[in-house]
Ligand binder design. Sequence first.
Ligand code: CMC
Length: 428
Amino acid sequence: MADKQAELEVGGETYDFPTIQGSVGPDVIDIRKLYGTTGRFTYDPGYKSTASCESALTYIDGDEGVLLHRGYPIGQLAEQSSFMEVSYLLLNGELPSKDELDEFSHTITYHTMIHDQMRQFYQGFRRDAHPMAIMCGVVGALSAFYHDSTDISDPEQRKIASHRLIAKMPTIAAWAYKYSVGQPFLYPNNSLSYTGNFLRMTFGVPAEDYEVVPAVEKAMDRIFILHADHEQNASTSTVRLAGSSGANPFACISAGIACLWGPAHGGANEAALNMLREIGTPDRIPHYIERAKDKNDPFRLMGFGHRVYKNYDPRATVMQKTVREVFDALNVSDPVFETALRLEEMALQDDYFVEKKLFPNVDFYSGVILSAIGFPTTMFTALFALARTVGWVAQWNEMISDPDQVIGRPRQLYTGPTARDYVPIGQR
Ligand code: CMC
């Protein structure tokens, strides 16, 4: 809906631009014709003030610490829903009926196997390869095996590709882990839930029956929900940008995985736990807080701060609660949790963190839980990728379904040399 105009005065001329209102959140100024009418671009590296697309999937109010998927608060979904249900919601816009959910779960379950020839891909990696390196390669390679779902102009093929990606990610991630520990790959078991199946493929061995611990399955499923989507973050924007050129969905998701790997994004959960272990005991926290504040020291408190949240990340609240549930269920404890709680408390009393509105984000506590369940830190970001795949495919589908979709192609502020004549090498 466009009802207000924004005025821009530049070079003595005034130009009008329409503003567009979403269903909630700040209005946007539609500057699509800015260059055509003024001969100027906007400059916004990092997109701090730029809406790159229209989307009906996820809403974040960073000041208030609100996260909604299709209107439903993340806290309610994490407490009452399941990852399969949230996946359906993100893909289809509404919560499913019981029959719709059963059918969707059945479809996903029956797509969990990966082409058997893909097993050989794993052998090409070193045993100490990071699981994210394997994920980038194997997910991209899906495009070489599933040609019947790469025609992006066909909605049915897009749907099948989406289901395949969501279904196969647990198998791909679990096998990346199995490869690193030198254990045989386990095939999916269709009698288990999405999450139970993933736990079995990761921690089970062929010689024994694997029993899924319900509390761990629930916690893991909740972690997947908390990571399912997060509007236009770096990896989702990467998927959209890759997809805008018409690239196939498997290639686009592989691009998203590559972007997620970075420590400022999905890699922060691994970095956060490593940091907490390095800190070790609460008496060492002040030293690390001072380092995080020191502009000459590159160290940052990992799992702290967020581009959008200037309040407590609502996902971190659920994570913190889930740590206790997993510890109780497994009858374990980890001193690193006490260190995390104390670090949070001390940072939130420190002027630096208060003024800059730096709060714990989703990654601050997730590593503590994943470690208690038995995952090595290198798997943390792979689990994030597994869960975020549903958000990526939902966002990608939304973009491709939009009849006005065009290739993403930012412009730049050029600061290099102006035109000059080539000088032959002997004259330089
Ligand atoms: N520790 C210490 N100082 C920080 C931190 C931190 N974790 N995060 C931000 N700051 C400071 C930063 O130095 C800057 O200070 P100044 O204004 O004096 O230069 C100010 O706060 C603003 O930071 P920024 O880097 O300009 O903010 P950004 O929106 O570009 O970055 C961020 C957001 C998440 C990359 C950043 O907060 C960070 O590096 N955090 C640690 C990594 C992390 O936990 N990432 C996970 C994000 S949540 C999961 C996900 O979405 O992938």
